[in-house]
Design a binder for this molecule. Sequence first.
Ligand SMILES: [Zn+2]
Length: 418
Amino acid sequence: MSELEKVFKKIEGYRDEIIDLQRDLTSKVALGPDNGGTGEHEKAEYLKKRLKELGPDHLEEIKAPDKRARDGYRPNIIAIWGQNIRSAAAWVLCHMDIVPPGDLSLWEGDPYTVRVEGNRLIGRGVEDNQHGIVSSYFALKAIRESGVIFNKPVGLAFVADEETGSKYGLDYLLKDHGELFKHDDLIIVPDGGNEEGTMIEVAEKSMLWIKFTVTGRQCHASTPDKGNNSLYGAARLIVALEGLKKEYHLADELFSPPISTFEPTKIEANVPNINTIPGRDVFYVDCRVLPSYQVEDILESAKDIAEDLARELDLSIKVEQYYRQNAANPTPAEAPVVKALSMAIRRVKGLEAKPMGIGGGTVAAFFRQAGLPAAVWITAKDTAHQPNEYCFINDIIEDAKIFASVFLDESIGSISSD
Ligand SMILES: [Zn+2]
């Protein structure tokens, strides 16, 4: 039996332990102050103890100061094995915090007590992000218990504050302990993926939210000539903004969907009654823009379209940037971390993985902004943030094998020359 097969066999025997670990983690409610909690301390202390049992060369709790949290800080746990091996490291970064359960009447049981239904585990956090925590933990445990020797450093990072902005989590680590991660490290963030486990997310679009305020003149609905209908103006403007799709039409097959999207979403209430012509309407457009386009250009084009229409209808139209997030440089589809993951997925699942881009919003963007090529991957149905959130035990077992493959593969990671 090869060393990797030995490790795989061990992982297959962990079914009951996987359930126990999921149960323990789910019961240690880790809500940040923005979500009405005191932080991730209880979960972090527990994980630190469990990691210590696996004999890491380095185990550290990095405290990000946060006055609102218990003891004035947010915990981030770092564990490293094979620390002195001269090679690029493999990292798995997961977040410990969860989102609140939401409407409890939509849950079929207590969100913080894991229910087991055959292959399915149900509870808040079992997928987001304990699927990643548990599968990477058991990959490590299997390697340690099989006595297999690491050929590169392997790190697990369990961080705080992913759900409310990462200021006290990955963002803090990169600013205050940036030396932890190196440019040629393999960095995996198991916080998004598809059911088959074949989607490796490597890129995000830029995000731009535009606010449009259309001002006309309010009057009685029976005498439209005495006013100027802002809702009619808003409707015409929404149609005119279709022009953005034509102007910024490039497609990039890396992304799903492959084009930039421009969607009118929220509209604010105008008049409360039916027999008044409104004089002011406010609506918003959510733009997800391919990294090949400049967000400023989109905003300028939207202003031009609004200006033309304002002139035609004798309205005043204000166009404002409400929120924006520029896309970080994508992780190249040929990056070592993508190759390593693809190889491991092929070995364990017999499937071909595909690097892809999404609409935006994962924690990997912080790595990419720091010039560290990170890949987001997991096998999951994406029930994150939903009532009756669930994950499959089989997926955790397979994903643990995939992590173990990445951690142990000789051909992955290069010996540094210095
Ligand atoms: Zn998550």
